[in-house]
Design a protein. Sequence first.
Lengths: 337, 337, 337, 337
Amino acid sequence: MLKIGIIGAGRIGQVHAESITKYVKEAEVKSIADVYLNDQVKEWAANMGIAEVYNDYKKILEDKEIDAVLICSSTDTHSPISIEAINAGKHVFCEKPIDHDVDRIKNVIKALENSKVKYQVGFNRRFDHNFRAVKEAVAAGKIGQPHILKITSRDPMPPAVEYIKVSGGMFLDMTIHDFDMVRYLLDSEVEEVYAQGAVLVDKRIGEEGDIDTAIITMKMENGALAVIDNSRQAAYGYDQRAEVFGSKGQVAAYNDTTSTAELSNADGVTKEKPLFFFLERYMQAYAQEMREFIEAITEDKDVPVGAIDGLKPVLIGLAAKKSIEENRPVKISEISF
Amino acid sequence: MLKIGIIGAGRIGQVHAESITKYVKEAEVKSIADVYLNDQVKEWAANMGIAEVYNDYKKILEDKEIDAVLICSSTDTHSPISIEAINAGKHVFCEKPIDHDVDRIKNVIKALENSKVKYQVGFNRRFDHNFRAVKEAVAAGKIGQPHILKITSRDPMPPAVEYIKVSGGMFLDMTIHDFDMVRYLLDSEVEEVYAQGAVLVDKRIGEEGDIDTAIITMKMENGALAVIDNSRQAAYGYDQRAEVFGSKGQVAAYNDTTSTAELSNADGVTKEKPLFFFLERYMQAYAQEMREFIEAITEDKDVPVGAIDGLKPVLIGLAAKKSIEENRPVKISEISF
Amino acid sequence: MLKIGIIGAGRIGQVHAESITKYVKEAEVKSIADVYLNDQVKEWAANMGIAEVYNDYKKILEDKEIDAVLICSSTDTHSPISIEAINAGKHVFCEKPIDHDVDRIKNVIKALENSKVKYQVGFNRRFDHNFRAVKEAVAAGKIGQPHILKITSRDPMPPAVEYIKVSGGMFLDMTIHDFDMVRYLLDSEVEEVYAQGAVLVDKRIGEEGDIDTAIITMKMENGALAVIDNSRQAAYGYDQRAEVFGSKGQVAAYNDTTSTAELSNADGVTKEKPLFFFLERYMQAYAQEMREFIEAITEDKDVPVGAIDGLKPVLIGLAAKKSIEENRPVKISEISF
Amino acid sequence: MLKIGIIGAGRIGQVHAESITKYVKEAEVKSIADVYLNDQVKEWAANMGIAEVYNDYKKILEDKEIDAVLICSSTDTHSPISIEAINAGKHVFCEKPIDHDVDRIKNVIKALENSKVKYQVGFNRRFDHNFRAVKEAVAAGKIGQPHILKITSRDPMPPAVEYIKVSGGMFLDMTIHDFDMVRYLLDSEVEEVYAQGAVLVDKRIGEEGDIDTAIITMKMENGALAVIDNSRQAAYGYDQRAEVFGSKGQVAAYNDTTSTAELSNADGVTKEKPLFFFLERYMQAYAQEMREFIEAITEDKDVPVGAIDGLKPVLIGLAAKKSIEENRPVKISEISF
């Protein structure tokens, strides 16, 4: 029985704790740490049967019984805690992004070089049943050679302006998942990126120097073209679709809904909106992500999303940012590393 | 160039005239007759390039240039005019039903016995692109041996109560098309029928001794089971669907719409309602029906829907009526003929 | 913390144990009993953290710590164990059907008369997200007054012939769920039923005196008409749909799939088949069913599916059987009770 | 009765002749001219009831009875014949594009300045029922302020390499329709364009200096972003979709099929492929286009697609070409005019 410590008891930390408790037989959550521990969190931890609750995450790293840690704290702490955990010999699951800064990610990768720990990055969408079905169809050659990838990724509502300030910008905060999907679905690296951005949802986002609407096009090393469209606010909910078009056909994945019910009346034929947001849409994916992380440890396999997979989308995001600033296509190789 | 005369200048007579003029190169409408000719009809005929307009349909039958007639007058005149036309050596396209009375249909069939004229009955749905695709899949063995057929057939609104009185009842007026579809899609005869009816749409329909809602189940000679559900009023429009289930799978056809547009907003994801009613839904089918009638004449082939196909649905309808009256399953063989 | 004992460690008993362990915080499974205990079951129970494993279910009934039992043993034992459990003051969740014999169900209802225990019957489909969405739309008046209900319910493959012999026949074994759905979706009782059955899937089923294909029509007390179509074998998987049509429109629920992926190629546009069978399709429903059973106990509320709801579908099933035997519509009131 | 002369008796000239004959009561095709007249064309013209067939289009322009001409000859002749026809006082319907050269289009616009003739350009997709439904939803404010437009436009197969040489390149030949759609659906002008192109379908296309796959992104004057993806070859047929996303929701249009039939079997649930190519998909649009051209003349209204609408997509296409050549975003204002 693998023993897990969770660093960061916010929403995503709790999601992972529940996934492990419910769905992963080979692991249990032994401890959780958060600098802002309150009674609600303590009660939740008690209900979950988590034995130890700390303010200081170092207690978890010092615990010799702990096999693996999940780093679910704020983004700026991801890379230093990652390095401490690696040095402490703990397997690491680190939420995305590892960092907004390439050099700090580089330090994590360096720390891993002579280590035997598993290090997985939290790109949960790779574990989504819909996108995985697309990936499998592409990998099985069902659409032939891929030519065009289209990803639509829109949130139901923008984050608070306070969050925008520390988010690293839409490309590193939100689109980073889509950049990961591009690499995952096409099994190829981005060579060059061109981004168009706009502030159409909320002026205050623009006042923070960020954008809320974008179209990003990419040339891939395998010759395919890719395009992502993003919005911070879709009135009908979380819109998460992908289609891959190739020499033999196309495979596409659409949104999930809470039911298949369809109402026909004088106004038309109406189905449900997409599932509200990531916790609803990716609930199954979060569980599967934990299962595969634990499996990588117990069966000593490669993790499905490694540190390099954590780095690459950051490079694409930085290139996209530069593309917006300079209004020109930017090669990934231009992003110094 | 085949010369056509149309008897009855009402809605369906005009539909056929337009189909021939627009889509059938091998034929032209030479004359039209209607007891209630008004200026509007005369103007319409002039616009269509129809040379002759009569009050008396006998003028058409006497015209030696006329090769074929379309009988689109009121139902009670179908069988006598059919016999006159057959005796005059004209090919006949007769709107459904030939008659509500089995003996009168029998007389038409007898008149055809020693005649060489083609006689087609107006079951337009056999020419619908959707139902034909279902038929072709079944005939090609794509679903294996048919086990269950389900037809949903609902009108957008009931006819006037005045019409109900002379309609012959819902089964002979409306369901008769569905009975024809059962025979067409399964390529087998109905052996026994059980019908449940209700008056749920409009009490006045019940006061005329008719029903407006029904479920009719049938045992087929080939062992399959079939079920039709009918309503005189669907709030969302004309609902025309069919599914055939068999040993290897199922094939189904759904409603058509004016466009594929889909609106996603805070209320859900909304598509268009079905096409409003039979003129919209079966526009293509009416044209195809005329094409195949003319083709049967010019190429001396069997008509796609013969007199016997006009008789059989009437027998099923009468059995269904008896089933309602006596609340028991009724064999088609019980309907004296 | 409610303590649960499970009687019967077969597939469905294990499903419920896992649902409670994973999804129901207020309850735990303390013990399980099965006459045919093997090592596999013991290991499974150990993994689930079930403390006690017995051959004899009476041990569970005698355990004063046990608050509620789940009766998941073979159908013939449901009613006697129900009565024992009620008399022992345990809350009961009993798998469907309570019995094939009306008098034995009556005995259970009698035992409940002076008891304060909760008694829930395992009609899991009432907890399905799709059918619940339909139910809620109907209850909210979105389709107006219900006129027609259509249920399609087809299994992916027939049970073993050995099972057919003890199943009580298709109507009591399989259609019984659909009869429950009719009552649930229309919130009205069946007055009269007419059934047509056939042996089209497997001759051996017919040799056991059973059928494998059926269409059942019903008149409801509220005036609506209902129809169920059943097959023991759909080549494309478990087909579970329902539509309710009414004065203001229609609401329908379709099948679930493992993903929304859609492949377009030279052969057409292909989506996935429905989820394979009941364990896949109703996984969520089984969990919700347990949640609501526990909630009925802890909050002292009415159970969502009571003993009378266990009786009614058996009466409809027996009427349907009689309808087949006598080839006539049968009133539910004819089934002596 | 308006009298029409058609210049160019190729496929599209014949399509328009048939549309007018079948669907436009207020006009008739009096004459047709083609430099390559053969017996097949003469026979077709005779069947259509076209009185006069010429080699020399000037005969049509000299005919005082002719009210309007349709220019359906090869692209290089569009602008000179346009000017001749305008000077002869004929209303003009000119197939797209007016020319590949901006100055030659300018000459046409100049010729129109002091003329009273109607001049319509053949962007048929504006008359498509699906795209029109999208346009109407956007114009009616159903999606609020438009933010993102996505157009997918893929042909079922590339043209002959011989045609590629004279086509003006994919952007002026194929994407030009999509550029028109962008302007039509968003009711705004393109400000800047960035295009990525690739040769993935057929090397010979690349050898002619053209591309066969592209993603083109645009900034609109109203602030919205737009993206088109193109391929010369979709294995599943002609893929013609559009979605407009805005502050209140999204409206999308999908492909048409020959029927709604859906086959469920052990391989999945399969619908039909999209209609094969433009003649099938836009059959209705071609007829509607003619109706509105004739209506603009008879009711003296503005044409739905004027000369300026013929110019603008050429400017966007030239900017897109330049963008590919220089791998940078190009403003429309950079294209000298």
